[in-house]
Design a protein around this ligand. Structure first.
Ligand SMILES: [Cu+2]
Length: 169
């Protein structure tokens, strides 16, 4: 009995360590892992969504994104201009063969411009990703906590441009 109990306790420990948000989507030989967004407090203007893309046998490119939660959904990147990180629209994100592209706070991200409603922690929404070669796939974006930072001083981007952010609360 004792050994059974030990095994059970170990399994519970593993379950507690595993990320609660693990999700995978496939299109062709491309894999999309753990799409997530940050909850937007108060009256939201913009939001950001993030995910990891694992490349397939050949190079591909994420060329556009669509969602119903925002008036416009764009691909953005960040650039350091004299020590200030600024975001800007990009035409695509390269997905290297057998490599990885990470869309994350402070880097490439899916920009949700003019949100139609607040993003509430615990809910989710679909985003469609278009790849140059692999085609398109719709993924479910999980809404996580607001994170350590409050609403933004950057009025044009509504608190979404903060550089440091933890994936989990
Ligand atoms: Cu942006």
């Amino acid at each position: 009995m004792r050994s059974l109990f030990t095994v059970g306790a170990f399994a519970l420990t593993l379950a507690a360590i595993a990320p609660a948000t693990a999700a995978e989507y496939k299109i062709g030989d491309i894999t999309i892992v753990d799409p997530w967004a940050r909850a937007t407090p108060g009256t939201p203007r913009n939001g950001g969504a993030y995910l990891t893309i694992k490349g397939g046998a050949s190079d591909d490119q994420l060329t556009s994104v669509e969602s119903d939660v925002a008036k416009r959904t764009e691909l953005h990147g960040h650039k350091n201009e004299n020590g200030v990180m600024k975001m800007h629209r990009v035409d695509g994100v390269e997905i290297p063969a057998s490599g990885m592209a990470m869309l994350k706070p402070g880097g490439y991200h899916i920009m949700l411009m003019k949100l139609k409603h607040a993003l509430k922690e615990g809910e989710s929404f679909p985003v469609t990703l278009h790849f140059a070669n692999a085609g398109k796939v719709t993924v479910e974006v999980k809404i996580l906590g607001v994170g350590a930072m409050g609403a933004g001083k950057d009025a044009t981007h509504g608190g979404h441009g903060k550089m440091k952010m933890k994936m989990k609360n």
